[in-house]
Design a protein around this ligand. Structure first.
Ligand code: ZN
Length: 61
């Protein structure tokens, strides 16, 4: 089980895998970073980039 910080703040989420971590982080993201989630300027590419960057962080944790 890995514990990794949110990429935007100090809140942490846990997960056995990157996918599980992302699922555990999601409620926090919806609550505290809803503006980021709902940013109409964000594209699918931004999402992909987020996944890649955070997977790297997860793997390094
Ligand atoms: Zn956060």
């Amino acid at each position: 089980m890995k514990t990794l910080k949110c990429d935007l703040c100090e809140v942490t989420a846990e997960g056995e895998t990157f996918e599980a971590w992302m699922q555990n982080l999601m409620p926090h993201y919806m609550k505290d970073h809803a503006d980021v989630m709902n940013d109409p300027k964000k594209t699918k590419e931004d999402q992909q980039k987020w996944m890649v960057e955070n997977k790297v962080r997860f793997d390094a944790a």
